[in-house]
Design a protein around this ligand. Sequence first.
Ligand code: KIV
Length: 281
Amino acid sequence: MRETVAKYFLDRKQQGRKLCLLTCYDYSFAKILDAAGLDAVLVGDSLANVVLGYSSTKEVSLEEMLNHTRAVKKAMEKTFVIADMPFSAYQINSSRAVDNALRFIDEAGADCIKIEWFEEFVDIAEKIIKKGIPVMAHIGLTPQTADKLGGFKVQGRNALDAQRLFQQAGLCQDLGCFSVVLECVPFKVSQVITSKLNVPTIGIGSGRGCSGQILVSYDLLGLTSGNIPKFVRKYADLSFLSRKAVENFVRNVVEGSFPDKAESFSIPEEEFVKFKEAIGE
Ligand code: KIV
């Protein structure tokens, strides 16, 4: 039987092997990411911005997240699938949080869920973990409650704030979270947090001292435009390549060179003659 996501993550940290994660939102990309040697993918609520065109991650619905998680899971043969709980699934109506978390596991096939820190985090995480669902915590810059953190800013830049993050990370571990995402935390602070925790930390914009790294796949592949955070490294420019490919397609169609004979189907000549006779040609 396949080992659990929690054991796999813990083993990796203990072996000193970095964990590699990316976001993933659909079946076709999931096939590519599954073959590329990642440890896990996150069906992130960044789906809202990069796929669905919403202005905030708070807008993505539970049903939308379930659909995309299901699609990603279908393609995965070896990579763990983490489902991001959308804002509405646990922060608006916290009494539904456990049932909604269960839907990601039972209906969409996710291996675990991720939830962002907010006022009721401890209570909600405890209830979900008690149901046997592995929980990845997310602290630091938490986009769903960025308005309460002074906007999309680096967190833990003064001693008191860094201490708050340190305590939150410890609490996440004590509650039984199997890993903690640190978003936009100064690298020295995330290094200390990582060294004090047993469970792995996964950094995004938090330096190389974390136990693993995650990025939004569309950023890394050069599919997003606009304000790209400074912590993103662009490994490809798929926007450029895609535009060029589509421009070539348009040119070929307009000039009549697409499709050619090899890209078309044929009919036996005698059948074609009979067909033309039948329609009076
Ligand atoms: O939804 C998302 O993209 C995230 C990041 C931490 C990768 O939560």
